[in-house]
Design a binder for this molecule. Structure first.
Ligand SMILES: [Zn+2]
Length: 89
C-alpha cells in the first residue's frame, strides 16, 4: 500500500537524521584539537583571547588563517582554469 510505504520512508528518514545528528555531536566532541595556542603556530603573533574562545583548538592568528584560506582559494582557481584550458585544447 502506498500509505504504508510513505510511513516507512518517513521513519527511516527520521532514523537517518538522528544518526547523522549523533555523528555530528561525536565529531564536535572530538573537534577541539588540544588547547588553543596563545601564540600563532606560523608567525608567533599573540592570538586574541576572543578568537581562542570562539575557535577552540585554534592554532593560527587571523592573518595566517586568512593567508592559508586565500592560498587554498587561489590554488582552486588555478586548477579550475587549468582544466578549462585542457578542455579547449
Ligand atoms: Zn600568524
Amino acid at each position: 500500500m502506498a500509505g504504508g510505504w510513505a510511513r516507512d520512508g518517513a521513519v527511516s528518514e527520521q532514523i537517518e537524521a538522528s544518526i547523522s545528528d549523533e555523528l555530528a555531536r561525536m565529531k564536535q566532541r572530538r573537534a577541539p584539537q588540544g588547547e588553543s595556542l596563545t601564540h600563532c603556530a606560523e608567525c608567533e603573533e599573540p592570538i586574541p583571547e576572543k578568537r581562542r574562545l570562539a575557535l577552540p583548538g585554534v592554532k593560527l592568528c587571523i592573518d595566517c588563517q586568512q593567508e592559508r584560506d586565500g592560498a587554498f582559494q587561489a590554488r582552486a582557481g588555478i586548477n579550475r582554469r587549468g582544466s578549462k584550458d585542457s578542455q579547449l585544447k
